[in-house]
Design a protein around this ligand. Structure first.
Ligand code: G4P
Length: 289
């Protein structure tokens, strides 16, 4: 049986380039908004971010919260709060949390705003860099807040031409991640979680093994959802047998009564990605990659 794994040195060139660009442009912004997938806050983060943003105010956006387990999302928000980081649950598809984000920007920049006022610069624009790995919903979030209106940057000193600046209102501007910030596949589990959510393609992974990993997570915390969806009260202990049981319930049987496990695996993962199973989080606060 082949092991699920991926080359941890994927895209090293891109990684370096994005990191360099972020480091170059961090001085242009007042704060950083880091977008994570609320279902996999650890695996969708980039471990280099804290170092790159230094002591800039940092807001974490737990996006796709509409698909995540609300209880676990609250736990994550409390977890970040303990670390002194403002975290917000966001759903960029329908705009939930975007108002809270604007308030959070004002709040984390309150000292700076006071200084601006004292200097008679009360109207100075607030600039926030939005960082995140591909597919976490950066474009959706920015489009939600700013519409398609890209701020004009041509005549702005110190700003590199071609940067992705977006005006939210006459006070707030967003800068999209300069370059592509790839996730860091520093463990097998991180790669699996990214693939289960569809953040990276699962073509390089064994789909059945991926579905079996997912089943293990479901068995640990979401059995009622499985029962409701597939009409199975208890899944077999063995994950492969469990996958077969799910496939069988869906009539995915081939010759000789054997279950088409590849079809069953694809179906299960697709149903999760389309939120058909219910709201599921793969990584709780005790998750360590
Ligand atoms: P990116 O810029 O970070 O790469 O991500 P992008 O906004 O393109 O979003 C990636 C996918 O995630 C899109 O789905 C998008 O609709 C979806 N998405 C983003 N934010 C949310 C959210 O808060 N909730 C949910 N449920 N989905 C979200 P897609 O299938 O690739 O495209 P489409 O369905 O929008 O056509």
């Amino acid at each position: 049986m082949s092991d699920i794994g991926m080359d941890i040195n994927w895209f090293p060139g891109h990684m370096t380039k994005a990191k360099r660009k972020i480091a170059e442009q961090i001085s242009l912004v007042d704060a950083v908004a880091e977008i994570l997938d609320a279902r996999i806050p650890v695996s969708s983060s980039n471990p280099d971010i804290p170092e790159l943003i230094g002591n800039k105010p940092h807001i974490v956006l737990l996006n796709k919260s509409d698909m995540a387990d609300p209880k676990t999302t609250h736990e994550w928000i409390a977890h970040y709060k303990k670390k002194g980081i403002t975290a917000i649950a966001v759903d960029s598809r329908n705009g939930n949390g975007t108002g809270e984000f604007k308030s959070a920007v004002i709040s984390v920049l309150s000292d700076r705003l006071k200084k601006y006022e004292e200097k008679g610069m009360a109207g100075k624009k607030l600039r926030v860099m939005v960082v995140g790995i591909p597919n976490v919903g950066k474009s959706s979030f920015i489009n939600r807040l700013a519409g398609k209106s890209k701020a004009k940057v041509e005549n702005r000193p110190g700003v590199t031409r071609g940067n992705q600046w977006y005006a939210v209102d006459d006070r707030l501007e967003l800068l999209d991640t300069p370059g592509v910030l790839w996730p860091k596949f520093d463990s097998k589990t991180v790669g699996e979680h990214l693939a289960i959510t569809g953040a990276v393609t699962d073509r390089i992974l064994d789909t059945e093994l991926l579905a079996m990993r997912f089943i293990e997570i479901l068995k640990a915390g979401y059995m009622p959802l499985i029962s409701a969806r597939y009409g199975i009260a208890e899944l077999p202990e063995d994950s492969f047998d469990a996958l077969c049981a799910i496939g069988k319930k869906r009539g995915m049987v081939i010759r000789g009564g054997e279950v088409d496990t590849l079809r069953a695996a694809n179906m299960l993962l697709e149903e999760f990605r389309n939120c058909k199973l219910g709201r599921i989080t793969l990584e709780g606060i005790d998750f360590s990659a």
